[in-house]
Design a binder for this molecule. Structure first.
Ligand SMILES: [Cu+2]
Length: 169
């Protein structure tokens, strides 16, 4: 093995280490430690009404997505209401985060921060990407930084492609 080959091997190893470390660092930034994950009450349809997620301590969070029906590729209004104003750590400095996850299809990583209207109500905007599926299953995940740690509220919902072609009906 000559010196040039050895240097290449060292350089590649250094890059791999940097990449692994960067990936871990990035995950820590966007995925804080979650102490509880709760899911919306069964049967609630975000396409029709706001939905509520109850946590173990009796507090709950309600999400509404407007307009209805929930469209793709157009600006959505997210309204989050906390049952208890003391639930979120510091409404003045930290917003509540919302993410949208594609369930029946990988739809990338969509994050948005909601801003406090008051200590109980938070608002934000989001746009869902265009999808090739006629019916797309999503989860809206609301991350709340509570005094005890981050709690995640999961709201399953679906979107329908606006103009289905004849062959898909
Ligand atoms: Cu999709």
């Amino acid at each position: 093995m000559n010196a040039k080959t050895l240097w290449w091997i060292v350089a590649v190893l250094v890059l791999v280490v940097i990449a692994l470390w960067g990936n871990r660092f990035q995950r820590q930034l966007v995925t804080p430690e979650v102490i509880e994950t709760a899911i919306a009450q069964a049967g609630c349809d975000l396409q029709q009404t706001p939905c509520t997620v109850p946590f173990e301590d009796g507090n709950s969070v309600t999400l509404d997505i407007l307009p209805k029906p929930i469209p793709l590729l157009s600006e959505l209004q997210l309204n989050v209401t906390l049952s208890d104003p003391a639930m979120h750590v510091d409404p003045n400095t930290t917003g509540i985060k919302a993410s949208f996850v594609g369930i029946n299809m990988e739809m990338g990583f969509n994050w948005t921060t909601l801003h406090a209207q008051n200590k109980q109500r938070y608002q934000g905007k989001a746009i869902l990407p265009i999808c090739t599926e006629k019916r797309m299953q999503w989860e809206a995940r609301i991350l709340i930084d509570t005094p005890k740690g981050v709690k995640t509220a999961v709201f399953p919902f679906y979107t329908l492609k606006k103009y289905p072609t004849k062959s898909e009906e």
